[in-house]
Design a protein around this ligand. Sequence first.
Ligand code: ZN
Length: 378
Amino acid sequence: MGQRSGRQERSKKLELALSETMKAETEVQNNKDEAEELKAKDRRLTLVFGVADLKNGAIGLYNVGQSCCLNSLLQVFLMNIHFTGILRRITVPSHARDKSRNVPYQMLLLLEKMQCGKQKAVSPMALAHCLSAYRVKLFVQHDAAQLFLTVWNLIKKQMKRPELVEKLSYLYTIGVQEHLVCQKCSLETRRNSSMLTLPLPVLGSDSYMLKSLEDCLQYFFRPEELTDHNMCFCEQCGMKTPFLQSMKLVHLPQTLTIHLKRFCFEKSAYVHKLSHYLPFPQDLDFSAVLTENQCEADDNEKASWQYELFAVVAHSGSTNFGHYCAYIRSLTERKWYCFNDSEVCKVSWDDVKCTYGHSNLTWGETAYLLTYMKKPPQ
Ligand code: ZN
């Protein structure tokens, strides 16, 4: 039962990811003067943003309308120099109304405020207000995994320039292949698809608590038999037959987001949080974690699957009264920071490890989203 709903959710995620595939809008420039003005603005912005992630130290974000979830995600986006490298090349909308409703532009302005100001924190109000036009409400406890998908899709949709849309997709998109094999006639079907996060269950079959991130990955990519009421129709057999379903990893992006599914929707409307201990490493080699059968990639691709942890979005409290903060390792300084709304402080790896969780501390802090960065080739 739990397995089945997990599988359904996985398919839903895939559909979400697929429905937002490359639909780049063509850039329209009204007249030459406007184009020149935009170019000049672009140049000014490049001057401002052609800097490292922590030029003025780490800057916090004020909590506006319970925006701790949004704030944590924004810090993860804006501390990622691969992302800001794309963001600072966007075309600035020409009209005031378009500017106020453009998510990437508002992110860029926020980044400018964070990098130019001398305050310890800045307000994300303009961006939060902009997002509210797209049904991302203020004063609502968001789910960080859902909000990440929403914000990412808005950025992509509103980025306009096709080459930037492509870069953004390439930076974040995970490639997988779904396999279905009829257990009666061995007919095999394959389908390539993409995902923005790896939604990893933290419980195995029979609600067994998985023991590490590596276990969760193994479990996610395990083959699963579809029998009884889960059987599928086989065209070759002309009837419903048992199938073996599996997902194989094809491609991993530079910025890889892992979603630990700690919120459990098992019993109707009641959502509860799974807080048990689940360690994750700072260095992760996917080609060592997954077996040959769980990958559909050549040696070159697999050789690039060396990752180091970049960010942890952690949740504390219950499902109804929670709080988010982000632990991020600066890519330039290589030191860990904790971004807790307007409060930012340097922390150690041991502090980050406190987000591994503990079964007896259900209100305690637990890692919810993990962002890993591909290591540069040796
Ligand atoms: Zn068959």
